[in-house]
Every structure is written in C-alpha cells, then in structure tokens.
Design a binder for this molecule. Structure first.
Ligand SMILES: CC(C)(COP(=O)(O)OP(=O)(O)OC[C@H]1O[C@@H](n2cnc3c(N)ncnc32)[C@H](O)[C@@H]1OP(=O)(O)O)[C@@H](O)C(=O)NCCC(=O)NCCS
Length: 190
C-alpha cells in the first residue's frame, strides 16, 4: 500500500517540486557538468564512501549523469538536491525510493557540505512532511550502518525506531529503522 502510494504519486508529477525551508531549499538535480563534477567529488571522499558504503572507485562523470538521470526517471524514486538558500550551493541530496525488495519506501540522505549545521535535520523534516502529508505514505524505513554513529543518533532524534539489525554478505552490520506516519492512526483504514 505504501509503495503503491509512492508509485502513484511519481506518475502524477513530472519532476519533484521545489520545497522551501528556512536555511535550505530542495529541488531537482541541476543537470549540468558543473554539478556532476561536484557530485563526483562527494563520492570520491573517504568519509562519504565509509558512511554510505559506496565503492572506493568513484563513478565517472558519464556514470554520475546516468545515475542521477536514472533516479529522476525511475518510477519508484523521488530525488531532491539540497541547496543552501543563502549561497545557492548544492550541499547533498535526499531520496524517497521503493523497489521490489522493499516492503515500505525507504529514505536516504547525504549532506556532503556543511555537515552538523542543522541542514540535514531540516531536509529530513521537509521530506518527512512531504511523504506523510502529500504522498500519504503510512510508514517509511531506512537502513544505516551501525558504526555510523552520527547518522544513527540523527535518525533517532528525528523519531525513527530501530526494528532490526542485519548484515548483508561481506558487509558491515546495519540497522533497519522505521517511522510511522503520525497523522494516520493504527485503526484507520487505508
Ligand atoms: C548524517 C547526516 C545526514 C546528518 O546531517 P547534518 O546536516 O550533518 O546533521 P544536523 O546538523 O542536521 O544534525 C546533527 C545531529 O547529528 C547527531 N550527531 C552529530 N554528530 C554526532 C556525533 N559525533 N555523535 C552522535 N551524534 C551526533 C546529533 O543528533 C545532532 O543533532 P543535534 O544538533 O540536535 O545535537 C550528514 O552528516 C551526512 O549526510 N553524513 C554523510 C552521509 C551519511 O552518513 N548519510 C546517512 C547514511 S544512512
């Protein structure tokens, strides 16, 4: 049901809307070479690779272009770039996505620039509000490496609950976390 709501929503919008916050705004990825180079630099960083489980070999510019275009056009994916309102600089991205493996949609975030300044928290609050009130998703999940303490604490503070711990083959332990839509009570019919 939650996945259906997301798939249906993606069909009705051509591209993700601009969402205005106070310190940041969210909008579609800028599809130009300058942005692809910025994104590539983010994925080349050891700290980002470690936090996200990305490969050590960062993708080429063509691969980045294909990846971001693929996310924009994929039926189960909503992706926003996070921009600093004051400077207009891209800071990272945030996605709600589903695929055949997921029971409920998952959220993922990367704030690559200006970490620990509250930008991630604001981006998550804006997207959770959008997911719960616009798409009307009932539950949202995420997975995070257990040793990514900053992200685990960040998600807990936002209200995510740890559901289980799991380890994929040849990978590090992860937590599956979930949050229910606070506006939908348990007894309410879908
Ligand atoms: C995790 C991430 C999204 C947080 O966004 P941010 O903009 O840096 O963080 P914010 O300033 O909004 O929030 C910081 C919160 O993180 C937590 N935090 C930060 N550093 C911490 C640390 N060393 N130990 C524990 N908690 C920490 C705190 O809960 C803090 O909240 P507070 O300011 O109320 O105390 C961002 O740092 C990031 O993208 N990191 C790299 C990629 C990543 O790890 N993504 C998540 C993968 S699942």
């Amino acid at each position: 049901m939650e996945n259906k709501a997301l798939l249906q929503h993606k069909k009705t919008i051509k591209q993700v809307p601009m969402i205005q916050g106070t310190k940041i705004k969210l909008g579609p990825y800028p599809h130009n070479e300058e942005f692809y180079k910025i994104y590539q630099k983010w994925l080349e960083r050891k700290d980002i690779q470690n936090d996200l489980g990305e490969p050590e070999q960062a993708p080429s510019l063509d691969e980045i272009k294909d990846m971001l275009t693929g996310w924009d056009t994929s039926e189960g994916n909503l992706s926003w770039c996070i921009f600093d309102i004051e400077s207009g600089k891209p800071l990272g991205d945030i996605n709600i996505l589903t695929n055949q493996e997921f029971k409920v949609p998952e959220i993922s975030i990367m704030v690559a620039e200006s970490q620990n300044k509250g930008y991630g928290k604001e981006a998550m609050k804006l997207i959770l509000d959008y997911a719960f009130n616009q798409i009307k998703i009932k539950k949202i999940a995420l997975s995070v490496y257990k040793d990514n303490v900053r992200a685990v604490e960040f998600y807990k503070k936002l209200g995510f609950k740890t559901i289980q711990e799991f380890t994929k083959p040849e990978d590090e332990p992860e937590y599956l976390m979930e949050m229910e839509n606070p506006n939908i009570t348990k007894n309410q019919n879908p």
